[in-house]
Design a protein around this ligand. Sequence first.
Ligand code: PAF
Length: 279
Amino acid sequence: MTAVVRTREELAQARAAAQGSVAVVMTMGALHEGHATLLREARKHADVVLATIFVNPLQFGPNEDLARYPRTFDADVAVCAAEGVDVIFAPTPEVMYPYGQPQVTVHPGPLGEVLEGAVRPGHFAGVLTVVGKLLLLTRPDLAFFGEKDYQQLTLIKAMVHDLELGVEIVGVPTVREADGLALSSRNRYLSEAERRAALALSRALRAGAAERDPGAVLAAARAELTGLDVDYLALRGADLSEDPAGGEARLLVAARLGTTRLIDNLPVHLDGTTEKETA
Ligand code: PAF
């Protein structure tokens, strides 16, 4: 039985009743197979699985898609029930932010200013603030996040480490359609033509990941992105440090298809290091 709780009091009661290890999967709803995979991983590793569904206004900029962000609550509850979630915490903005815009937020530091952070100012402060609050409210042993939002995952790990939040953060590889498109709640905005064009992102990452030299990685990826409105294509260390020093690195891309912005990334294994980032 999956219980839906909406207030802090109901959540506290559900949390107090939880026995054994607790895992949380935080979402903004519009659940797809990527979220179902996170829930399944959580189910494998903990006695109690808690999912949160909250479209966090704090992480959307003034010209972003907060108003049109898909809200599919009944279908989301069905996904959670099918994956054996014990408790869904689905607060309103008033429950999460009872005093309105919070005065104190989590500052993501320099990594919050680059890549997604350069295009979406304030985004990661909004993400880290709500993730921090949800971790404190749910007090899990483990929290599962998708590698699809690799910069978010990296920053959440840094926050947990730097602020001693005492929870294990587990990254889960991106789930893709058979043709390579990374699953995203925003894919539903794409027209057929945009969806076809969007395949260039995963193609570019795969082409880059087949190379071992940083310059060749970027050149191979860039060649697949011709004609696309690319925000960034970047090769970084696995921890998103600026100098991928050989070994495991990460190739990341963001592009606009009409009014929709998509991001994707893949691990890359490097032999050496030269060129790092292109616009
Ligand atoms: O990845 C998301 O869906 C959101 O950024 C998160 C982690 C649920 C915070 O609102």
